[in-house]
Design a protein around this ligand. Structure first.
Ligand SMILES: [Fe+2]
Ligand SMILES: [Fe+2]
Length: 189
């Protein structure tokens, strides 16, 4: 199954993005080995997470409409955020992968969300620490990912928010809820 999905994704992405996706698979498998997770499933979610990344803003909005995705104000202004939700639907209906973990992991991989499962969190984090990433602070997140998973999630979320703020972009409320949840969860464990 994984190979089939990889071939489909290869056709949808440019080379750089495809290499990134392959790197996310590697990182996700390394992280998943720490937990008792279905590796084949993790690999499928990882290779497909950016399958909608090559679409233009216009195409993303059209596809969101086609799949009946509720597009909020922020997504309307930043259609790039829709590559997660649209990718999740492509996986479900075009690749015929009817798995809820895979769907949610792809749907929320850009914004994060409150109450993310370990499966979703692994895809979120793997997207951050994949080999091709070289933003400031990535090495610390890479290290924490294997030592303190929750801390690595928080650092990744902080890094996204810092980037968005520096660019004076809008912050999606799901990302704020995600960050608050990580911190509150950390206090209770
Ligand atoms: Fe993405
Ligand atoms: Fe990605």
């Amino acid at each position: 199954m994984y190979q089939l999905v990889e071939e489909k994704v290869r056709k949808m992405l440019d080379e750089k993005r495809f290499i990134h996706s392959k790197n996310v698979v590697k990182a996700a498998v390394a992280l998943a080995n720490k937990f008792d997770l279905d590796i084949e499933k993790i690999k499928i979610a990882a290779i497909a997470h950016d399958c909608a990344k090559n679409f233009s803003d216009d195409e993303l909005l059209k596809k969101a409409n086609y799949y009946g995705i509720m597009v909020d104000e922020i997504q309307k202004r930043c259609p790039f955020l829709l590559h997660g939700p649209v990718g999740a639907y492509i996986c479900k209906y075009e690749f015929e992968i009817k798995d809820e973990d895979i769907f949610n992991a792809i749907y929320y991989h850009t914004t994060g969300r409150k109450g993310m499962s370990i499966f979703e969190s692994i895809i979120y984090l793997a997207d951050f620490i994949s080999e091709d990433r070289n933003f400031e602070g990535v090495d610390k997140i890479r290290k924490e990912a294997f030592e303190n998973f929750k801390k690595a999630l928080l650092l990744s979320c902080n890094s996204t928010l810092t980037y968005v703020i520096e660019k004076n972009n809008l912050i999606h409320p799901l990302t704020i809820e995600f960050r608050n949840w990580i911190i509150l969860e950390g206090e209770n464990t």
